[in-house]
Design a protein around this ligand. Structure first.
Ligand code: TPP
Ligand code: MG
Length: 604
């Protein structure tokens, strides 16, 4: 299977699309991309519908002369048809026997990417969905599979990623005896890390439950959902009128009309104009919900300093822009100190704020006020400071840009330059490693980072300027970065994807290397090997908790492990080799490459 070749391509939706409703409308039928919204035709039950429906439901299923049931309108066929119509034909999964009835005779127009442990398909799907800006489907194995997935579902929930997670369940007739595969409380298991979870009350409801799940997942604020599918539901044949109902709900859409009151935009812009030194604080939702261009325009017009809020997944702003100041550290005292020169903070597309650890100090600098624009009512409610407005983030940014007047104030001082690359041998200081990596990669590179103590050095040394270019897990649960980099490379086949990994982080979901090798997904992975959980040691100093066991990682050999999975794996011994290996890894579009470099331990 190759990335561009042998994996079968995604299906075209089976119903025609209407032109976009408007740029500010978001529909959960097929698209979560607010820039490319299409609304599907609704079908009616009027004359001839039944024949059309049955033809459509059968169309994509293999006719097998030995099994006449294969062409019947079964629950399983209706599920596949619904998912096809939502363009959910790329599945990330790990199967067991409770999933066989759904997966059998897997359609040629679908593709399936296997992860060897459930964290892997969830992490891959998360990045795939965020980069394609569409929902993604994950198929897992009943209760234990869902248990394994939970750490990455947590990340997906905090990332606000629209994942449609399904898992099989034991036959309804065998659940009462708690037979093997029974998930006795399927809708409880993934909570609280899903927006919604359901299991159909009867087999024929399965497509409707799935349709509901898809619409919930893709409604802002988006997030993962779960549907449990008892295995004996799959072969149940739908009655003709049930099949018509399924076709109708397959073709309906849920549209989120968006907008922002112009007078509110004017009020905010008046405050921006009156401020001595405003700062914009942006978050991952700026990129997730398509507000990138408008936010840049607003920052430039108001000459505001721009920061990224802590731990929100994407940078939300070009990191090489003259107004960009970097990522805020996740501590109240640190933030109020850093922003001391600003009297008005406009936060857009981020929670206020994701603090960790407890850093004494006020939330805001003395005399400063904060306006918070978020699409998440809970984010608005739980913020400790500021006046919040719950609104569509892109509409708000566009309305503010339209209302903002060009400011005459002078631009804030730019942040420090990228450090000079100085030749050095291992163990490398993190700054030297990431500067070398940053110099070796082209500007269109998409970076995925999960690198503990290295994260600060990464943002100093690597400054992508394009949208959807620097991704991390907002949830902070390790085991996400490596699978996410594989999913990102699958989603963005025309861009190099480089994973920036710590050696500890690398090993939570290391089997993602197998998936990358087998499907020939040409991601490049750089590992900073300091042989420790460095950042936990740093926290130990901050928290005054000495002599903690389990923070050293001797005996890891990530190059040998990666090679055993079929990855082109190398040990870099100096900065020159890092540059050379990253360049050749990126140039190799046929297979994944891993580059390990020994780095200095954290200073404690
Ligand atoms: C699932 C999970 N388990 C444990 C942690 C706690 N944790 C946070 S960072 C970290 C260490 C990361 O180490 P490494 O990737 O080697 O980077 P380093 O700090 O050494 O640079 C750990 C164990 C976590 N965030 N998620
Ligand atoms: Mg480490």
């Amino acid at each position: 299977m190759t990335l561009n070749g042998c994996i079968s391509v995604a299906a075209k939706p089976s119903a025609p699309s209407r032109p976009p409703l408007s740029n500010s409308a978001l529909t959960s039928q097929n698209a979560v991309n607010t820039d490319e919204v299409s609304v599907r035709n609704s079908t009616t039950r009027a004359g001839g519908a039944l024949t059309q429906v049955r033809t459509s439901l059968r169309k994509h299923h293999r006719a097998d002369s030995t099994t006449p049931e294969a062409t019947m309108t079964t629950v399983r066929n209706a599920i596949l048809d619904l998912l096809r119509s939502h363009n959910l034909t790329t599945w990330f999964g790990n199967p067991g026997s409770s999933e066989l009835a759904l997966l059998q005779d897997f359609p040629d127009d679908f593709r399936y990417l296997l992860g060897l442990q459930e964290m892997v398909p969830v992490g891959m799907a998360d990045a795939y969905a965020q980069i394609t800006r569409r929902p993604a489907l994950v198929n897992l194995h009943t209760a234990p599979g869902m248990g394994n997935a939970q750490g990455q579902l947590y990340n997906a929930f905090v990332n606000k990623t629209p994942l449609i997670v399904t898992a099989g369940n034991q036959r309804r007739t065998m659940q009462n005896q708690y037979c093997l595969l029974t998930n006795a409380e399927p809708t409880t298991v993934p909570k609280p890390f899903v927006k919604w979870a359901g299991e159909p009350a009867v087999a024929s409801e399965a497509p409707a439950v799935l349709a509901r799940a898809i619409h919930i997942a893709t409604s802002p604020p988006m997030g993962p959902v779960f549907v449990s599918l008892p295995m004996d539901d799959m072969p149940v044949e739908l009655h003709d009128d049930q099949a018509v109902d399924v076709a109708v709900l397959r073709d309906r859409s849920v549209t989120h009309a968006a907008g922002f009151p112009p007078n509110l935009a004017q009020q905010i812009c008046a405050r921006l104009a009156a401020a001595t030194s405003p700062a914009l604080i942006v978050g991952g939702d700026v990129e997730r919900y398509g507000a990138w261009d408008a936010v840049i325009g607003l920052a430039e017009r108001t000459q505001s300093a721009v920061w990224t809020a802590p731990l929100t997944g994407w940078s939300g702003f070009p990191e090489d822009h003259a107004l960009y100041q970097g990522i805020l550290p996740p501590g109240a005292g640190w933030i109020s100190h850093l922003l001391a020169d600003h009297d008005l903070l406009l936060v857009i597309g981020a929670p206020v704020f994701r603090y960790y650890p407890l850093v004494p100090g006020r939330y805001l600098p003395d005399g400063a006020s904060l306006i918070h624009i978020t699409n998440d009512p809970d984010e608005a409610a739980r913020a400790p400071v500021g006046d919040a407005i719950v609104a569509d983030v892109a509409s708000a940014a566009r309305a503010l840009l339209a209302a903002a007047k060009a400011s005459q104030r002078s631009a804030p001082p730019p942040r420090a330059q990228i450090p000079q690359l100085e030749a050095a041998e291992v163990p490398l200081k993190p700054e030297a490693l990431w500067t070398a990596v940053g110099q070796a990669a082209p500007p269109e590179t998409l970076w995925v980072s999960e690198a503990g103590s290295n994260e600060v050095a990464i943002t100093r040394s690597i400054r992508p300027g394009r949208p959807l270019s620097h991704l991390s897990a907002a949830g902070g649960g390790l085991g996400w970065g490596l699978p996410a980099s594989v999913g990102a490379q699958l989603a963005a086949a025309d861009r190099p994807v480089v994973a920036l990994m710590g050696d500890g982080s690398m090993h939570y979901a290391i089997t993602a290397l197998w998936t990358a090798a087998q499907y020939q997904i040409p991601v490049t992975i750089v590992v900073a090997s300091n042989a420790e959980y460095g950042v936990v040691k740093e926290f130990g100093v901050w928290e005054k908790t000495p002599n903690v066991p389990g923070l050293d990682l001797p005996g890891l050999n990530v190059v040998a492990t990666a090679a055993s999975y079929g990855v082109d794996a190398h040990e870099a011994r100096c900065t020159d080799e890092v540059v050379e290996l990253v360049k050749s890894g990126i140039a190799d579009r046929g297979r994944p490459t891993l580059i390990n470099a020994r780095t200095t331990p954290v200073e404690t």
